[in-house]
Ligand binder design. Sequence first.
Ligand code: HSE
Length: 402
Amino acid sequence: MINIGLLGLGTVGQGVVEIVNSSQEELKKLVGEDVNVKKILVKNKDKERSEEIPKEKITYRVEEILEDKDIMVVIEATSDVEESYKNIRKALEQGKHVVTANKAIVSKYFEELSNLAKEKDRAFLYEASVGGGIPILKPLKEEIALNDISHIQGILNGTSNYILTRMFEEGLDYGETLKIAQDLGYAEANPSSDVDGYDTQRKLRILSTIGLKGEVKENDVLVRGISSISSFDVEQIKKLGYTVKLIGETNIIDEKFTAVVEPVLLRSDSYFANVNMAFNAISLEGNNVGELKFFGAGAGKLPTANAVLKDVIDILKGTYRKKNILGSRKLKNRNEEIKGKYYLRISLGSGEIPEEIKGLAEKILDPNFAAITREVEFQEVDKLLANLNIQDEKYFLARIQD
Ligand code: HSE
């Protein structure tokens, strides 16, 4: 019997238990033994739990999992980054394999935890951290590892995509749609990570570090979110024949790369414009394989738990990439070269629109105020608005795709 310790019984943890219970026979066929979730770490002692979760499996003490010699694999599915980081370190040091779905931890401690796992000759796997249920990291690490990847582009946050889709297709309002995405279990504990672009930033950092075979850090990725979008913006943008998606994009030429997360206006017949609701899509360009596209459920209980369990199966079958996946390429960031034309809306109530702002416009859409800007650098408009003391929530800025 193979024993698993599960840290956390939120959306992902519950999905793991559900799939393990419903797939016992198939799991045994795949790995040759029964697979058992032996213990589950929870925080809230008094919460009502489903019958699928026997009381004797529940523990409030993480040591009961980390120090249990019968537990071979630890699945980390909690949301506290620092606590989880400590637990992952301890689990690897105790000789256990670790699987996590938490992109914040992978992004923050990617190099350190990958090196520790290598040193301890154990697996540290995180397929569910990018793209939810889409198998994307294993293909990047293995099936297309022989390629030089020159371009990575994706819709990587289900919550934002869900909000944008319902705003554009049904005219719903921002706050109302965010609330539904939270109720559906798509959003992070603090949904600012989703709508302000940080979740996409972390996922792009992970994808880019693996794909480019060199370190791309979180702060190498410029970020702008969708939290200030309004129904007025939706109307204006639709009139122009576009839709909006929160896009993460990395490009590399020689050893120089750009990486950015931002809302982008896309023509409604383009590929990414048609990736809707909580779906994610990722497009890669490799020198041998050409363009590859991946599409699927980017968030949610069972898709994410499925990706976690695929990692567990790889560990039990020994089919994961055992060499350290970190590449040694020395990459240079050239984000200062990112430029584009932008849709810009500012709401100042009865306040006058400053002349400097009007000076950015190539075409005014509404005098009070929405415009398409001339070509500007990524941070030029933000800097100008900050100098004029115009707060983030008073404007929406989205690049127009050529
Ligand atoms: N909050 C994340 C999202 C969950 O909405 O995409 C999956 O990573």
